[in-house]
Structures are given as structure tokens and as C-alpha cells.
Design a protein around this ligand. Structure first.
Ligand code: IPD
Ligand code: CA
Ligand code: CA
Ligand code: CA
Length: 251
């Protein structure tokens, strides 16, 4: 899997440095010719490597979640990719019966390959990684994201504003890097103590959830219940998970 992502990373790196066709999926939701090219490349390569699994890619999703799925986000952080900001990656997660088996997140601009296999730990460029030991929210650097669905009166916008009000004064700071997959990978390697976001899709989180778990962290929904696709996601080093949920508010 890592070799396939590395090859896909060459396509991303080329696109990052060159002019590209940009389409709008919504008012602010972008897709480029490279999102489509990388998804196509990954589909071809991964379907050969994992013949029993159905490929579910962001740019070609048909609406059904199969039992044995490979979730592909060809470019997570497309807005960063378009604006030449280095937090952009390719994310691939292999799932069976609602559980993650294998996942990789590759940022070809920084050449960082995050990889995890169930029961075998989490790695960054082949070195073992683990979540940090931050115990108190006031020492915690957190990450979050803003969904594309953020019209002023919508529930998602309300969630963003209210959680920010509840958390920001009590943390070291909150980052919005622009790639949910990278945010989760950074929780796994201890750069962030926690991450939360509303309205993410399976391909945004499929690899990152496994990375956080294999690195010793915890992933739940905002109520502290096991995370299911579609829930608000809360990931942390595990130690401050309860404190994070409590301060966020239970919604
Ligand atoms: C987005 C990024 C972003 C998050 C959005 C996602 P995309 O994915 O992960 O950080 O805040 O909710 O949709 O569209 O760049 O693949
Ligand atoms: Ca997108
Ligand atoms: Ca994404
Ligand atoms: Ca994407």
C-alpha cells in the first residue's frame, strides 16, 4: 500500500507545482483534475492488490457503503492544494464489517508517510509513533476543521462556533490545518493532543482512525460512544478524552 501511495504522491506533487483545472462542486467546495487523476490511479492499483474489496472514492462515491471497503481520499486538503499550502495528502483506509484493518496517509510535499495495520502499531516513515502524554487541556494543542456546509443559520455552523467558544479559552490553542486526515495523523504522532470535527465523510477518517487507535489514542463520537461514519468525530491521546468531551459540550 505504501508504494502505491508513494506513486500517487508523485502525481500530487506534480499538480501542486503546476497550473491545474479547478471545478466547483459547491459554493466553496473545490475539485481539481488531480483529485480525479489520483482517484483513478488508486482505483486501478488498489483493486488489483485487494481484489475482494470494493473501492469507495470521494470523487466517484455511489452512495452505498460495502462491508469490505477501501476508502480513498485522493486529495485531502484540496483547498490547500489549490492555494499551494503544504498540508495536503492522500488517504487510504481498508475496512471490513465496520472495523479498520489497514490505513495510510501520505503527504508528498513534506514526504511524510503515516501507516498502520490493525494490531501492529502506527508508523511515520517506518518509525513507530504514539500519541502524546498531555494530561491537561490547558497544555493541549488541538485541531479542528470547518465543514463546507457552514451557512450562518445551519447546525454545522452553530457547532463550530459553540465548540470554539467552549474550548478555546481552556486550551493552548486550536489549529485548522485544512486536512482532516493529516489532523488525525498528527494526533497519532503526538503533535496534536486532540481533534474534533462535524460532518466528515468516511474517506476523510478511514485511515486516520486506525492510526490514532494503533498509536494508543481514543476515537469516539461527541457523546463518548463508539464512532460510526457520519457522527461528529472526537479523537485524542486518550488521557484527556473525557475532559475534551465535557468542555466541548455534549450536544
Ligand atoms: C476536507 C478537509 C478539511 C475538512 C473538510 C473536508 P477535502 O476534505 O479534510 O480539513 O475540514 O471537512 O471535507 O474536500 O479537502 O478532501
Ligand atoms: Ca473534497
Ligand atoms: Ca477529504
Ligand atoms: Ca478530497
Amino acid at each position: 500500500m505504501k508504494e502505491i501511495l508513494q506513486e500517487a504522491g508523485e502525481i500530487l506533487r506534480y499538480g501542486y507545482e503546476h497550473n491545474k483545472k479547478i471545478y466547483k462542486k459547491g459554493r466553496v467546495d473545490l475539485v481539481t483534475e488531480y483529485d480525479l487523476k489520483i482517484e483513478q490511479f488508486l482505483k486501478e492499483r488498489l483493486s488489483k492488490q485487494y481484489p475482494d474489496f470494493v473501492i469507495v472514492g470521494e470523487e466517484s462515491f455511489g452512495g452505498v457503503l460495502p462491508k469490505k471497503a477501501i476508502f480513498i481520499d485522493p486529495i485531502d486538503g484540496t483547498t490547500n492544494f489549490v492555494h499551494h499550502i503544504a498540508y495536503t495528502c492522500i488517504s487510504v483506509g481498508v475496512w471490513e464489517d465496520g472495523e479498520p484493518l489497514e490505513g495510510a496517509i501520505y503527504n508528498p510535499i513534506l514526504d511524510e508517510m503515516f501507516y498502520a495495520k490493525r494490531g501492529e502499531g502506527a508508523y511515520l516513515n517506518d518509525e513507530v509513533i504514539s500519541c502524546n502524554n498531555t494530561e491537561n487541556l490547558i497544555d493541549a494543542l488541538l485541531a479542528t476543521g470547518f465543514p463546507y456546509t457552514k451557512t450562518e443559520k445551519g447546525a454545522d455552523f452553530y457547532f463550530v462556533i459553540e465548540t470554539m467558544k467552549n474550548l478555546l479559552p481552556y486550551t493552548r490553542d486550536i489549529r485548522r490545518l485544512g486536512s482532516a486526515a493529516i489532523d488525525l495523523a498528527y494526533v497519532a504522532c503526538g503533535r496534536f493532543a486532540g481533534f474534533y470535527e462535524v460532518n466528515l465523510k468516511p474517506w476523510d477518517v478511514a485511515a486516520g482512525i486506525l492510526l490514532v487507535k494503533e498509536a494508543g489514542g481514543k476515537v469516539t463520537n461527541h457523546l463518548g460512544k463508539p464512532y460510526k461514519f457520519g457522527d461528529i468525530i472526537v479523537a485524542s491521546n486518550g488521557i484527556l478524552h473525557e475532559a475534551l468531551l465535557t468542555k466541548m459540550g455534549r450536544w
